[in-house]
Ligand binder design. Structure first.
Ligand SMILES: Cc1cc2nc3c(=O)[nH]c(=O)nc-3n(C[C@H](O)[C@H](O)[C@H](O)COP(=O)(O)OP(=O)(O)OC[C@H]3O[C@@H](n4cnc5c(N)ncnc54)[C@H](O)[C@@H]3O)c2cc1C
Length: 388
């Protein structure tokens, strides 16, 4: 049986649910929208953070927020107030629970809990296939499948951001909950860039992640060993002093891959598979909001979504150069990070990484870090830049 919709949202994660939520706009009052995911059960498996200088999206769902950041590199701790930006954090379980509850009140939405086996186009009509049924729509927005490969898809710098985190409760108050730790670099690690990322929920609980930018995952024990050493060295916490209440594992692409907006005719890629992840940082959540806002605007004005690149060309170039340095010369990347954090305010860095900086600000940032790795990166990536 073929069931017809105006839109199908294939994948109800950060991107799919953000888009569905924005379709509560009156423009979509008379539309029929199907939301499909293999599981519509909210899960406490991702902690999404981002920074914003305005009221953040989903403001009432924020779990914590901070106005002070800390970075530690080469034994030096840099504590910075955030004057322009706030660092926000929301939990996937709260996001999914609240958004699904809201959407289920609206008759325009149908929900299907099923594995999507295939997405295809027949006679110009996009079709979603499950084991037992097929569904068609004017447009499908999909966050489940990577777009098809082509020769230019093979990354020159196949980096991953991979991490394992422990949420811990401690027997004594040790965390400074006014500061989150963006990066506490581990200069004993030489197969990539490694650091601790720490979000203090209170003085006695925190999420502590050992994070690496490299090609290869580590064994689970390795990440755990690093976290336990950190808790001991920094906070004098022995295993008896804390309880691990939850673990979180993640793997985010940081690759120099081309942005492919379309999976097929009338099937738009969204979220991570839509290439919106910022290649040099792995941050995706804010960029998903920009992408889904744009889709809503396009549907309202043109009745169809359009292809938009998530970044301006100059930011694509900066990302590519940094990926090249991290991938091919990790020890030089440490020097770049060192100078970056030493010579710039956290607000200036956040503005640059959010691609909100003016070109003059970009020059200030660039001139504050060692030049040689960048000159070499510019030379070595000149052909690749044309492909992505
Ligand atoms: C642990 C973790 C923490 C992260 N933290 C941050 C952060 O702090 N800040 C940030 O900016 N980014 C973060 N990211 C990166 C990014 O924001 C998240 O991965 C985000 O969830 C991406 O949203 P998405 O919708 O593209 O993918 P997902 O949220 O993964 O959604 C995809 C959905 O598709 C469904 N699906 C997949 N295949 C099928 C199928 N065949 N059939 C049916 N359903 C299917 C899945 O069940 C899932 O619900 C993090 C990623 C991870 C993994």
């Amino acid at each position: 049986m073929n069931q017809e919709y105006d839109y199908i949202i294939a994948g109800a994660g950060a991107a799919g649910l953000s888009l569905a939520y924005k379709m509560l706009h009156p423009f979509f009052d008379d539309k029929r929208i199907l939301v499909v995911d293999e599981s519509l059960n909210p899960s406490h498996n991702k902690t999404w953070c981002f920074w914003d200088n305005k009221t953040p999206p989903f403001a009432d769902l924020m779990y914590r927020q901070w106005n002070n950041a800390e970075v530690s590199i080469s034994g030096k701790r840099i504590k910075s107030p955030l004057n322009e930006y706030t660092y926000y954090c929301l939990r996937s379980i709260d996001f999914q629970e609240q958004i699904l509850r809201r959407l289920k009140k609206e008759s325009r939405f149908d929900f299907l809990e099923s594995t999507i086996e295939d997405l295809s186009v027949s006679y110009g009509i996009p079709i979603l296939q499950t084991k037992s049924n097929s569904y068609q729509a004017e447009f499908i927005f999909q966050s489940c499948f990577s777009p098809w490969n082509s020769s230019t898809d093979q990354p020159d710098y196949p980096l991953l951001q991979h991490f394992l985190g422990w949420e811990v409760k401690t027997t004594k108050p040790v965390f400074d909950d006014a500061f989150f730790t963006l990066m506490d670099f581990d200069d004993t690690f030489d197969e990539g860039i490694a650091f601790i990322y720490l979000l203090p929920w209170s003085k006695t609980s925190a999420l502590i992640e050992y994070t690496i930018f490299s090609d290869e995952l580590l064994s689970r024990e390795k990440y755990e060993e690093k976290i336990s050493i950190y808790l001991n060295n920094r906070y004098n916490l022995k295993p008896i002093d804390y309880k691990i209440t939850r673990t979180e594992f993640g793997e985010i692409p940081m690759k120099d891959r081309p942005h492919k907006p379309w999976y097929d005719t009338r099937i738009l890629n969204i979220g991570t598979v839509g290439g919106v992840t910022k290649p040099s940082t792995g941050y995706t959540f804010s960029r998903i909001q920009k992408q889904t806002d744009q889709i809503i605007r396009d549907l309202q004005t043109d009745e169809k979504p359009n292809a938009h690149s998530p970044s301006k060309t100059r930011f694509k170039a900066y990302d590519l150069w940094l990926l090249q340095i991290i991938h091919d010369h990790p020890s030089e990347a440490y020097h770049v990070f060192n100078q970056l954090f030493k010579n710039n305010s956290m607000d200036a860095i956040f503005s640059f990484l959010a691609e909100e900086s003016a070109i003059t600000d970009d020059f200030k940032i660039m001139s504050s870090v060692p030049y040689t790795p960048f000159f070499r990166a510019i030379w070595q990536t000149k052909e690749r830049l044309l492909e992505i």
